[in-house]
Design a protein around this ligand. Structure first.
Ligand SMILES: *[C@@H]1O[C@H](CO)[C@@H](O)[C@H](O)[C@H]1NC(C)=O
Ligand SMILES: *[C@@H]1O[C@H](CO)[C@@H](O)[C@H](O)[C@H]1NC(C)=O
Ligand SMILES: CC(=O)N[C@H]1CO[C@H](CO)[C@@H](O)[C@@H]1O
Length: 195
């Protein structure tokens, strides 16, 4: 807007302030009402992630938000089931990556690396095999059983990572171990709210 005199300047300042307040008002409204009524992910993540030592609200929101079913989820049980499926997808992808690394020869050149990868392959293989039972446990309302399986998987992710550290080998799986660990802990945290 072209300002030609003092009066015009005053007017554009006050309309700008009005606009600013209107925008601030809209933002406040959106934070208070929209996510609670339209997208339940943020309030759920604030509840389970706010006090977690293992993952934060952002990790939770990004993980649950990556599954379209989260927008329609209406209970901690639905969110638990979604988190369990995310663990399955992650563990399956990581198991495949480990097999690829072993095939590519992580093994042939370096016996220590081969041993670490082999141990991780077993750990992630077990993780993948536990997941159908874990999903069935959530469906069947056996939340303690599901949480125990997920805790075992979280420990397995740590054990895989620690294997490299103990052997002084640089882990090729730091990102993956971190995701698997946090997703399993997220699923456990969601399961706690079912009781
Ligand atoms: C594994 O989980 C992380 C964290 O949610 C995500 O960023 C990543 O895309 C997932 N990978 C697969 C293959 O699902
Ligand atoms: C790893 O490195 C540390 C310090 O450099 C050394 O004390 C330890 O013996 C090494 N471990 C192995 C398994 O090589
Ligand atoms: C569960 C686990 O061991 N997570 C580790 C994965 O690797 C990163 C990077 O080394 C660590 O910061 C995590 O603690």
């Amino acid at each position: 807007m072209k300002v030609t005199n003092g009066h015009g300047l005053l007017w554009s300042f006050s309309s700008a302030s009005f606009l600013l307040f209107a925008l601030l008002g809209a933002t406040t409204d959106a934070e208070v009402t929209a996510p609670a009524s339209i997208d339940p992910v943020l309030p759920v993540c604030k509840t389970v992630g706010g006090g977690s030592a293992y993952f934060d609200v952002e990790f939770c929101a990004s993980a649950l938000g990556s599954d379209g079913r989260s927008r329609g989820a209406d209970s901690y049980r639905s969110f638990s089931a979604i988190a369990v499926d995310l663990v399955t997808a992650n563990a399956t992808a990581t198991a495949a990556k480990i097999s690829g690394l072993i095939r590519e020869g992580g093994g042939h050149d370096d016996a220590t690396m081969a041993r670490c990868l082999g141990s991780c392959q077993a750990l992630y293989g077990d993780m993948v095999r536990r997941q159908p039972g874990c999903a069935a446990a959530v469906k069947g309302g056996r939340f303690g059983e599901a949480a125990a399986a997920l805790e075992t998987s979280a420990s397995a992710a740590r054990e895989c990572e620690d294997g490299f550290g103990k052997s002084n080998v640089t882990s090729p799986l730091t990102v993956e171990n971190d995701s698997a660990f946090k997703l399993a802990k997220l699923a456990v945290a969601l399961l706690r709210f079912n009781h």
